[in-house]
Structures are given as structure tokens and as C-alpha cells.
Ligand binder design. Structure first.
Ligand SMILES: Nc1ncnc2c1ncn2[C@@H]1O[C@H](COP(=O)(O)OP(=O)(O)OP(=O)(O)O)[C@@H](O)[C@H]1O
Length: 872
């Protein structure tokens, strides 16, 4: 005989079938519409082509959203007190009569699903969670929200529990809680998933918070800040699509590994109009891969650097003492020091960026030089055209040109910052009272030969302007420029060496000779004050156009494929048709290439790590200052970083922000959190760790290096014992203990079958930066089936692919924002001794695990860890 559960489940299955049938219908309709638009002949006018493309893009986007809704289309239902039932899901769907069948989780009516409680039922009698696998209902869990229904689990929720999918300790009150705990206890896959089925009320409030202004979401580890930020992006796109599709949303995360970790969340919610970036990639054309000591990066992020850069630019706008003396066409032209100074003042007062103001400066001086030539021409008065001719001749004269360029050169950000960071004399002139001698020494350790030659002109002083030096061989001869004097415009010269768009390793700032992430903010500050040289803009536009073309072709091929139009329409021809004025699809793509792009909304994860200089860059990217900033000040690694949001944000946005706090830790079990809380207290006794939502019934453990005989670690023990250890490298005992602990955690998770079929779950070995590579190499050798992913053979891609390996070795910085089923933490005392804020790093490392933690140590454990760890 059918039970109540069977009946309920059958009823829900029938409804789910209807929803999927409708989804398939709408997909087919959308596909037909898209096909119709693409094959339509049209009138051929530019307007009709644009209209058609707009329609095509809209249909293609809708189709993509419908496709993304296939998995877990519907996950819940609400029974209202008036007898109505509302189903809630990934997207909204209506039947052919336009009667609503499914409500989008972002619609206002869905708020009740997330916020209703017994105390405040939001007009609901019951909330129902549907578990599904593919298109099948596998379980039901009900939260009665009215006294009339009682608070005992309903028969339907018994069905849910009997589905065998729940199974955590610490279950609490409602069936909804068991659904949440089930989601939280699932093995990690190395990728974050959307949480629309189990969003909690405090998270929902943040997601739906007012879009205007700046919202700071503060919360301890695992409180769902990242998840909330991503869902808020989806919510904002849903609510304000017209505006945000045009302008785009920029999401900034701490590392490439982190961006990979979160990159599936928004597509799974059907949203693609978002640009993801790490701070290292925020300056178009530069990939900042260099590294440098923490104290150097910290200094580069100091707001005083803005003054230094401004001063460095002013330093390149020069007035020679004694004025200019130029030999030209058998004449001697003299421009007094005062006259040059006046031209400089006028140019500065024009309030244009350096490269734009240069026109004013040149125009002034060329007018003066032209007058002098005219006065020396026998016969006297000349007409306007003749005067213009003289100005043009002066401008193309090498001596004149070089002299004027030296006074007010056309500069790229790369040149300016490269000189500043490699030329102590340049930095000394610019730093003035802004930096101490010790700070200057930190920034310009020792000039590299390449940077010295690239910046030879930077050391120019008054001698450079003496006539004898005007053709100094260290300066490349400027290229002849097309005349544009008829229009009265003075063309920019080419930038010597074509350095305009170079990512620039020659003048880059890091210890490794490459730009570092901290340089990015300096480059952007400089670019803002310099303005884009025309040529730079031209090259940039060409590069952008080429990239867009490639993307158009790729996209068109996808559309042709998706619609089965192969053979009927040529993808490249289709891409050509799209090549006109672009629709909203390109907004995000354009934005990522364009420094001047104004995003409609900015989301910053791990916002506590953003330096003052980087904030300046970020606000330039989002001048409307509508932003969601998520972070935890207790996790700040930056030495000297503020411990209050007010102090962190005030320099740029005053108090124009609101703070929302998340208080529940969904990731870290209570037993691990107890240990982490001690570390937090050591940072500041007033700080309070978030409450963990679950416990696992097992305390974290400590394993002393040396307790695991080196020979016992797999078959490679003897080899390991003989391995020469360089000073400061992990010893064989430490490696053996780490390998032992990682293997044990992996086995516990059922990972690493010898047939290569790893189970699910992830283990992270977290160590100080310099131990990462040796430990990674050792584990790859010791446990290839666990530590190697196909791509991790390539050392440059190890970090990017770290999440694909069952066991990953990472630094604390690399694990920021991530989570793993199990963590092996190596030498916590070493973390505390690092130049970053050691206690904060330790706190971050301890809070990455969802299930288990093992601490490997060779010396004594730090005091605050002693009581909370059991022997392994
Ligand atoms: N309502 C929820 N339902 C299911 N899972 C959730 C929920 N809230 C958070 N989680 C999960 O908890 C984990 C931690 O979330 P998240 O990474 O967003 O936290 P965080 O606050 O950014 O942490 P940290 O500051 O440590 O980086 C993630 O796996 C996330 O999916």
C-alpha cells in the first residue's frame, strides 16, 4: 500500500515532470526564434542588421540560461496560508497561458522561502525542500511554519530522511537544517557550488540588500561571504539587467586558484556577464607574475606612493636653467628659462594628464620658436600657411624635437614606474619628503643593467639641454611623424623603443624582473596621471579589435553548433555580421581589456587584503562606487593593515558604506574552530570567532616529525632518508610526517584508487611559501596517484591546477578563500615567524578544513595550539 511519503513524492515528481516538459518547450521555442533571426534575410540596412543582432544575442543568452537550469531546476516549494503553492527554482517558468509554474529564486516572492521561521512565517504554512537527481525527485524535507501543522517532522520529511542522503552529526530542529547539513557535509570537489537551495536568512538579506552604495560584508571564516558575494552578483544582474549588462560586474578575487575555485558558480546560475580578475591582472596588457618581499609590496601599496608618482611626473616636466639654446638651419634659437617656465605652467594649468598637457607645452614653445625663425627670415612678414610650414619644419628637426621631448616627454606608465623603481636618483627626486631613505632603498635595491639602459633618459638633468648634448647617441632618433599642422594639432612622437604597450619586463618592478601584483596599482596610478599616449591608444584599439574578432568567431561557431545549423550558415560569415556595433554580450569582454571601462558594480573578495593604492585603482574601475566588499579583518596578512573597515575604506569613500555581518561558520567543524578561536584570541582578545553550524565528533590531531620512521613512508623511504637537505628546507622527517598524514587523510576520504580513479574530496597540505615547492615535489614523487594531476607536470601550472589533484600543497596565501575536506598544516611555528601577520595566516590555515585537521610539527607547538590537538 502506498504510504503518505510515496503519494507526496509521486505528486512532486509529476510536477517536476511538467516543469521539465515546459523547460524543453521553452528551449525549443527559443532555439527556433534564434534560428529564425539568424536565417532572416532582412532589409540589409545597418539598422536592421543591428536589430537582428541584438535579438540574436538576447535569444542566445536566454538559451544559455535555460540550459544552465537543467540541473536542480526546482528545489523547493512554499505552501501559503491562502492555500496557494509556489514552486521555487533556478529560473522562472510560465505555462503557455502565461500562468506562473516556477519562480526564480531571486524574485521578491522567493524571499519568504529563505526567511520564514516559526516565529515569523512570512505568510507560509510550510516550506518544502525537494531533493532531486537529474529529473527525478529523490526526497522531500518539510519545515512546518504554522502551529497548526505542528513542529514534528511531517511524514514527507520522514521520507526525506529515509532517502539515505542525510547523515551528519549535530542535526538540529527543522528538516531544512538537515538539508543544509547534508550540503555542508558533501565531499569537496575543488569547485564551489551554488547554494540557492539552502541559503540562510542572514545570507539572503545580504544578497538582496540595496544595490546603491557600498556594502561591506564582514564575517569570520566559512560564513559564506564568497558564496553570498557571488549570489549577490547573480541577484543584481537579475534585478538590474539592462544597466549591468551594458556596464558589467567586476569580481576581484585574491588568486588564480581562487578564481578557478569559484568560476562555476555564476554560470550554473545562468549568469555570464561578469569579469573576474586578480589584482595582478587589473592593468590591461600587464600580467604581474613577479614576486617580491612582503615589506616591499606593503610599501608599494602605501597611499604616499600616489604623491611619489605625481611628483615623478612633475619631475619629467622640466625647465632648463639658462633656457634653451638651439642650433637650427644656420640660426641660433633661444628660449629663455622664463618663457619655458611659462609654457610649463600653462600646460600644467590645462588640467590635462601629462601626455595631453604636452600638446599645450609644445604648442607654446613651437610658437615661440616659429616667431624667432620668422623674425630671421629675410623679407619679413609671412602668411599663416608659411608660418605653419615653419612650425612643421621645426617639429621634424631632430635637434629641436629632441630638446622639446626631453623637456616634456611622452611617457607610458611602464616607463615611468620602471624608472622610478630602478633609478635611485629618479626615486630620490620624486620621493622628496614622502619616503624615508630606508624606504627608498627598499624600493630601488640595485639598478639592473637592462633597466638602466631603458631609462637612460631618466637621469637627464640640466646638462642634457645644452646644445652639444642634444644629439646624444643614447637617445634613439625619433621617427618622422605625419604632419597634422594644418589642423593646428601637434602630433605625438612615437615612443622610443615602441614600449607603449609592452608588458615590460625590461623596466618591471619585482625582484624577478617582472611586474609584481603591487606594481599594478602603481602602473594604474601613473596611467591615470599620464593619460594614454595616442599611439598607445591606437595599438590598444587594434589589439582589442583583433581579440573581439576571434571571440566573435568562436561564439558564432558555438551558436551554429548549438542550433545544428552546420552547412546552412557559415560561422565566420555570422561573426562578420556581428562585427558591427556590439550588443551587451561584449560588455564584459570589452571591460576586461579597457582600463577606462566603468563597471556597473564592483565585488571584491578578501577585501581586507586590498592596499590603499589598489583601492584607488578599484574605485577608478567603478566610479559610481556601487560595490559589495567581503572580507574578514582577522584574516589580514598585510603587516600594519587596519583592523577596522572604517580605517581601511575611509581614505577614499569616507563613511559612505554600510556593514552587514555574517555570524555562522558553515565550513569548519566546531572541534577545529575551538583551536582556531584560540589563535584569534591571541591576535586580539576582543575578537570572537563565528559559531560553527556542525561538529564532526573528532578533535584535530598533532603529529610530531620523527614519530613516523622515514623508511615507513611508502616504498621510497630509504631514498628519502638519503636526500640531501639544503639549509632551511623541510627535513626528511618533516616530509615523511607530512606524507604520512596526507596519505592517511586521503585514505580516510577514500581517495586515490590505484587505477587512477580518485574518490571525491580534497586534501590540502599548507606550508610556508618557501617549503611549498620542496614538499610538492616530494609528494608528487611519493604519492603520484594523489598529488599529480595531468597538468601539474608543468611546474608553471601547478598552482592553477592545484585543485584538480586530490592532494594539493599550497601556501597560506594560495589557500585564501578556499576549503578542503582535510588539511595537513606544516610547522605552525614557522608560519608565525613569517613577515606577514603570522597569527592571521595561522588562523586562515586552520579554518580551511571541512572535516579534519592534522598539524605536523618538529619543534614545540605554539602555546595556543597545545590544548586543542590530540596526538595523531
Ligand atoms: N547556506 C549555505 N548552504 C550551503 N552551503 C553553504 C551555505 N553557506 C555557506 N556554505 C558553504 O560554506 C562554505 C564556506 O563558504 P565561503 O567560502 O563563502 O565562506 P567565506 O566566508 O568566504 O570563508 P573565508 O573567509 O574563510 O574565505 C562553502 O563551501 C559554501 O558553499
Amino acid at each position: 500500500m502506498a504510504t503518505t511519503q510515496d503519494v507526496e513524492r509521486a505528486r512532486e515528481q509529476a510536477y517536476l515532470d511538467r516543469l521539465y516538459t515546459r523547460l524543453d518547450e521553452v528551449r525549443q521555442i527559443t532555439r527556433d526564434q534564434l534560428r529564425g533571426v539568424l536565417l532572416a534575410v532582412g532589409t540589409g540596412t545597418p539598422q536592421s542588421v543591428v536589430e537582428r543582432d541584438v535579438f540574436a544575442a538576447a535569444h542566445a543568452d536566454r538559451l544559455a540560461r535555460l540550459d544552465a537550469a537543467e540541473g536542480r531546476l526546482c528545489f523547493g516549494a512554499m505552501d501559503h496560508t491562502d492555500g496557494q503553492r509556489t514552486y521555487i527554482g533556478r529560473i522562472g517558468l510560465s505555462d503557455s497561458e502565461q500562468e506562473p509554474m516556477l519562480v526564480d529564486w531571486r524574485a521578491p516572492v522567493a524571499t519568504a522561502f529563505y526567511r520564514a521561521t516559526l516565529a515569523d512565517p512570512h505568510g507560509l504554512l510550510r516550506r518544502r525542500h525537494l531533493r532531486t537527481r537529474g529529473r527525478e525527485v529523490t526526497g522531500i524535507a518539510d519545515d512546518p511554519l504554522s502551529g497548526a501543522l505542528g513542529t514534528d517532522p511531517s511524514p514527507a520529511s520522514d521520507a526525506a530522511e529515509s532517502s539515505g542522503t542525510s547523515g551528519t552529526s549535530g542535526t538540529s530542529g527543522s528538516s531544512g537544517d538537515s538539508v543544509l547539513l547534508e550540503a555542508l557535509s558533501a565531499p569537496r570537489t575543488g569547485r564551489m557550488h551554488d547554494i540557492i537551495a539552502t541559503l540562510q536568512a542572514e545570507q539572503d538579506r545580504v544578497i538582496r540588500a540595496r544595490a546603491n552604495g557600498i556594502l561591506v560584508v564582514d564575517g569570520g571564516p566559512g560564513t559564506g561571504k564568497t558564496a553570498v558575494a557571488l549570489h549577490r552578483a547573480a541577484y543584481l544582474l537579475y534585478n538590474d539587467r539592462a544597466r549591468l549588462d551594458q556596464s558589467g560586474v567586476l569580481i576581484v578575487g585574491p588568486s588564480p586558484v581562487f578564481l578557478r575555485y569559484i568560476d562555476q558558480v555564476l554560470p550554473s546560475l545562468g549568469e555570464t556577464g561578469v569579469v573576474f580578475a586578480t589584482p595582478a591582472r587589473l592593468f590591461p596588457g600587464v600580467e604581474a607574475t613577479g614576486t617580491e618581499p612582503v615589506e616591499v609590496a606593503t610599501l608599494k601599496g602605501d597611499p604616499r606612493m600616489a604623491d611619489v608618482i605625481a611628483a615623478a611626473i612633475r619631475d619629467r616636466q622640466r625647465v632648463p636653467s639658462g633656457g634653451l639654446n638651439l642650433a637650427y638651419d644656420g640660426m641660433t634659437l633661444r628660449v629663455s628659462q622664463d618663457r619655458v617656465a611659462r609654457a610649463r605652467t600653462r600646460a600644467r594649468r590645462s588640467r590635462r594628464p601629462h601626455n595631453g598637457a604636452r600638446r599645450v607645452f609644445l604648442r607654446e614653445l613651437l610658437a615661440e620658436l616659429t616667431n624667432q625663425v620668422v623674425r630671421q627670415v629675410p623679407g619679413g612678414l609671412l602668411d599663416q600657411d608659411e608660418r605653419r610650414q615653419i612650425t612643421g619644419d621645426l617639429w621634424t628637426d631632430d635637434v629641436v624635437r629632441r630638446a622639446l621631448d626631453a623637456l616634456w616627454p611622452l611617457l607610458t606608465a611602464q616607463q615611468l614606474i620602471g624608472d622610478l623603481l630602478h633609478q635611485p636618483a629618479v626615486l630620490a627626486r620624486a620621493a622628496g619628503n614622502h619616503l624615508t631613505p630606508a624606504e627608498r632603498a627598499l624600493l630601488t635595491p640595485s639598478p639592473s643593467p637592462s633597466s638602466a639602459s631603458a631609462s637612460a633618459h631618466a637621469d637627464a638633468d640640466d646638462d642634457l639641454f645644452a646644445p652639444a648634448n642634444l644629439l646624444t647617441p643614447t637617445q634613439p632618433t625619433p621617427q618622422p611623424q605625419p604632419r597634422d599642422l594644418a589642423s593646428g594639432r601637434i602630433p605625438h612622437p612615437r615612443i622610443p623603443g615602441g614600449a607603449a604597450t609592452a608588458g615590460g619586463s625590461a623596466t618591471a618592478g619585482g625582484a624577478t624582473g617582472e611586474w609584481t601584483p603591487a606594481d599594478v596599482a602603481l602602473l594604474d596610478e601613473a596611467a591615470e596621471l599620464l593619460g594614454d599616449p595616442d599611439e598607445e591608444a591606437g595599438l590598444e584599439a587594434a589589439r582589442r579589435a583583433e581579440q573581439e574578432r576571434a571571440e566573435e568567431r568562436e561564439y558564432a561557431r558555438g551558436v551554429v553548433d548549438m542550433l545544428g545549423l552546420d552547412g546552412q550558415i557559415d560561422a565566420d560569415a555570422l561573426a562578420d555580421r556581428w562585427a558591427g556595433p556590439r550588443t551587451r554580450r561584449s560588455a564584459a569582454e570589452h571591460a576586461s581589456l579597457d582600463r577606462g571601462w566603468a563597471f556597473g558594480h564592483l565585488i571584491v573578495d578578501e577585501a581586507q587584503e586590498i592596499s590603499p593604492m589598489l583601492w584607488r585603482l578599484l574605485w577608478r574601475r567603478c566610479p559610481g562606487r556601487t560595490a559589495t566588499l567581503v572580507g574578514d579583518l582577522a584574516q589580514t596578512a598585510r603587516p600594519g593593515a587596519p583592523t577596522q573597515w572604517e580605517r581601511l575604506l575611509a581614505p577614499v569613500v569616507d563613511d559612505r558604506f554600510t556593514i552587514e555581518r555574517l555570524t555562522v561558520n558553515y565550513r569548519t567543524p566546531q572541534e577545529i574552530m575551538d583551536v582556531a578561536a584560540e589563535v584569534l584570541r591571541a591576535q586580539d582578545p576582543d575578537l570572537v570567532a563565528p559559531v560553527s553550524v556542525r561538529s564532526v565528533g573528532r578533535r584535530p590531531t598533532a603529529l610530531r616529525a620523527g614519530d613516523v620512521p622515514v623508511e615507513q613512508v611508502t616504498g621510497l623511504g630509504p631514498m628519502l632518508a638519503q636526500r640531501p637537505v639544503l639549509p632551511g628546507e623541510p627535513t626528511a622527517e618533516v616530509i615523511a610526517a607530512v606524507a604520512h598524514a596526507a596519505e592517511r587523510e586521503a585514505l580516510r576520504l577514500g581517495l586515490g584508487g590505484h587505477d587512477g580513479s580518485a574518490g571525491s574530496g580534497r586534501v590540502a597540505v599548507i606550508a610556508r611559501p618557501r617549503d611549498v615547492q620542496p614538499l610538492r615535489s616530494a609528494l608528487i614523487a611519493l604519492m603520484p596517484e594523489l598529488a599529480v594531476t595531468p597538468d601539474s607536470i608543468d611546474p608553471t601550472s601547478v598552482a592553477g591546477n592545484a585543485l584538480d589533484a586530490p592532494v594539493a600543497v599550497l601556501s597560506v596565501a594560495e589557500t585564501k578563500g578556499l576549503e578542503f575536506d582535510a588539511v595537513v598544516l606544516v610547522e605552525p611555528a614557522d608560519l608565525l615567524a613569517e613577515p606577514t601577520r603570522g597569527l592571521a595566516d595561522l588562523y586562515v590555515a586552520l579554518t580551511r578544513a571541512t572535516r579534519s585537521l592534522c598539524v605536523v610539527h618538529s619543534g614545540d607547538l605554539p602555546d595556543m595550539l597545545r590544548d586543542g590537538l590530540d596526538p595523531a
